[in-house]
Design a protein around this ligand. Sequence first.
Ligand SMILES: [Zn+2]
Ligand SMILES: [Zn+2]
Length: 272
Amino acid sequence: MIDTHAHLTGNFCKNTGKVIERSLKKKVSKIILAASNVRESRENIELAKKYPGVLFPTVGIHPQQTDAENADSLERQLERIGELIKKNKDLVVGVGETGLDYLSTTADRPAPKGEKDRTRKEQQKLFEGQLKLAAEYRLPVIIHARKAVDEAIETVNRFEKKHGARKGVFHCYAGGKKRIKRILDLSGKWYFGVNGNLTYDPGLEEVLKEIPLDRLLLETDSPFLSPVPHREEINEPGNVRLVYKKVAEVLKKKEKDVENLVDENAERLFSI
Ligand SMILES: [Zn+2]
Ligand SMILES: [Zn+2]
């Protein structure tokens, strides 16, 4: 089993070694480390060096989550991401998470600690900058789109028309049934990331049934979004097995078959 989206460094995770050990015991053999900012990108690379063949780092800047101490301009932050890829070409497997998040910018939800409300224009600039970096280094993109799935699809569509087909995943896919076709119609090969939400959101079960199996990826988004029955706990990659189990249940397939198919997808997209 592969967790295609986890945050295991810095503030996010205290006992990383133990978390990874427990996950390996639960037969989660590979973990993609998603990045939210420049610091986490750097930490992902350092952590992955300690677990070759198990941890695979991505580098990127989340539309909202900033490194609180980082006062660099957006251009400089993008440059730093580019430098990290260049220096660690053999290690970095993707760019992200990047995208658009319009939830944080609403007045009734002030930015949490460590996050800074970025304007939509700033988010767009970061997103397009990272799409460019991914194209330059031929890497897949991990897209985070919250309350902005249409806008994210539109951005990818425009980018592909200008620069050619790209590939990646709409992680924590929240576009409902109606946007699946629009994503499949993009010129590049785009995947759908499903996580613990599936274990407590019946609506997502219906969405899952519409996603082609060769475009499905599973993830935890650790330390967030713990699946049932661990809702109150800190999430960790070992819990991705509960998502695999739920997918098998919903699609009425054997767990082993789901595992083979989905893992092949992750290995293909991230070349791991
Ligand atoms: Zn995300
Ligand atoms: Zn994430």
